[in-house]
Every structure is written in C-alpha cells, then in structure tokens.
Design a protein around this ligand. Sequence first.
Ligand code: PMP
Length: 391
Amino acid sequence: MKGFDYLQAELNEMKKQGTFRTLIPLESDQGAKVVIDGREVIQLSSNNYLGLTSHPRLQKAAIEAIEKFGAGTGSVRTIAGTLTMHKELEEKLAKFKHTEAALVFQSGFTTNQGVLSAILTNEDVVISDAFNHASIIDGIRLTKAERKVYNHVDMKDLERALKESNNFRVRVIVTDGVFSMDGNIAPLPEIVELAEKYDALVMVDDAHASGVLGENGRGTVNHFGLDGRVHIQVGTLSKAIGVLGGYVASSKTLIDYLIHKGRPFLFSTSHPPAVTAACSEAINVLLEESELIERLWDNTKFFKIGLEQLGFNTGKSETPITPVIIGDEALSHQFSDKLLTYGVFAQGIAFPTVAKGLARVRTIVTAEHTKEELQAALDIFEKAGKELKII
Ligand code: PMP
C-alpha cells in the first residue's frame, strides 16, 4: 500500500457499513436551538446543561478579561503563564467542591491523563469501572501501574479486584461520577465503603455531574453526602460550566504534587484570560442562579418520560443524559440523520464510543429548552422512530 492508502481503505469500509461520519458545523451559537445548513433545529447533542455557553454574564466577563489582560498568556503556568485570575478560579473551585485546593488543566481529558499518570507507578494498582471515559482509559495507559477493570458498577467485582490488590503500595479506584453514554450515576457510597475497607484511594470524574448534581451542582460526591471521603474529584469546565478546561479538586498535597508532576499542566500553555474569567463567572452563576439547575431537572423528567411513553429504550439513565438505545450502528446513524431532517440534532453514537450492538442516539436536554421545544422534539422522535420501525 502507498502512503495513507491503508487508512483510506479503513475509511472506505466505514462508508460501506454506514458508520462514516462527517462533522456538522453549527452556524449559530450553542443553545436550545442551533442553525445547521441554514435551518434552525432543536439541539439535543450538546453538554451545555445550563445554557452557560452564551450566558450574558459569562460573555461580559470574557470580553472584560480580553480588554484588560489580552487574548493569550504566552506561557505555561509554571514559567510565566499564571495570572492572578487563574489562582482565583482555583480557589473558587476548591471552595465549591469543599476541598483544600484545586488545579486547572487545559481540558477534562488532560486532567484525567495528568492526574493518573502523575500519581501511579509500577508499585501501584488502578482499579477502573469498565465504562469509564476514554480519558481515564488513556490516562491509565500512560502509567506503569497494574490495571484491573471491574464490571460496570458491579460492587462484587470491585471487591474481588480490591482483594487481589493487597500487595501494592497504593490502590486507586477510579470511576466516572455520571457515565457519559448511559447517564447512570456511579454507586459512590458503596465504592467509598469498599475503599475504606480495603484502604484504597477514590478518584471520581464528575464531568457530567458538576453543575448538574449536588447542592448548586457540586457533583456526585456532594450529592451523596460524601464530602471529605473521596480523595480526588475531577471536573470539566467544558460542559455545564459552558467554557473549556478541566480541574482536579483534592488535598493541598496532591495539588502541590501535580504542579510539579502533572505533565499536561506543566507542558501546555495556560488558559487565556477570556476562558479563565468566563469559568470563574460560571461558578458565580451556579451559586446565584440555582433556578437553572431546577429547570434542567424539570426538563429532564419531562423529556425522559416522553421518550419512555413513546416506547423508546432509554436504558438506565438517571440524569439529563438520556440515550435512545437502537442497537444496530447503521440504523442508529440513519435515525439520527432522519431526526436532523425533521428538525432535531441528536447524534448517533456507536463503537468504539459504546460497545458493539449498543449503538444509540444520545440526547441531553438543557435548562434552556422550553417545554414546547421538547414536545416538538418528542413528536419528531415519534415520527422518525415509526418510519424506521424502531417503535
Ligand atoms: N470525562 C468524561 C466523563 C467526559 O464525558 C468528558 C467529555 N467527553 C471528559 C472527561 C473530557 O472533558 P473535556 O471535554 O473537558 O476534555
């Protein structure tokens, strides 16, 4: 084969199978409705849970930060790229998460990679839920630690893995707080109990729980009343917070350690002022506009019940992430295409993001959707679902 022919062959195979995807650009800001190909459609694919991507307070904070501090920072954090606003954001995040300290990374993805690769050596073992996010899987791959994967949310299997992990220096259990493809919540109280019994550390990736669960959106740890019993809380600033970035909230010891050893933190330029200021304002919004989270949950219930009443399989979702499980990959993409034709943007998701045979259209409602928009979306789901004989 010449050049990239071997890659093209794989792409051609995807085209044959109906799984080849093209990127769909939005011609508007992110919101309850977006413009695609000149048409306004109902957006059910974003992680913009609270509608903060275009919140006037965040926009104003970003503009003021650019005017005062410029467009970029010109350095990594540890050399010359730390602004006072970075420190202020981290202090705010630590307070929000009820931890001693916090550290911001460039994304949630690099936070998981940076934390796991920094804290684990070949003397340690990491025990990971089978459905954890790709960034956790990749973070684990970057370490020389022994890896054990327990069956998804299966506490018996987790205990088995812990029993097999006696003779390691450190045991770390890592789990998503809310699983991104199914919308179910990790059984954190049981995980913490097992961790305490077997002397393990617990790391929770609350990308989909921050801004969604717990008091003012503090996440799963707070939701379950486990403040102080989970050692590492990872969050993202890119979903409910509406901007970009990731962070880890933990003890001062871990944060000081990551400032020296967290490779994405050390070797990648810090967030620009606009991003940092908007994230900081987003935390204020979470604390001051709790009606946003109430609306998110109200919309979630309305839409989930609507889908179930139509006869769709929504799996075990307990949060605003509601999958419509189709099974067949090609059918799932066909369904998504049809929804878009009729005015709903809900992406088809297939292997390798989810297991083979469990392809789905994933929906996420936001606080911004009106009931009329959600009802219109349900009507379109019904029409497209019947046409494709899914319901
Ligand atoms: N963890 C989970 C569970 C996620 O769903 C995501 C986003 N897909 C990330 C981490 C990565 O976050 P970010 O988009 O901020 O890199």
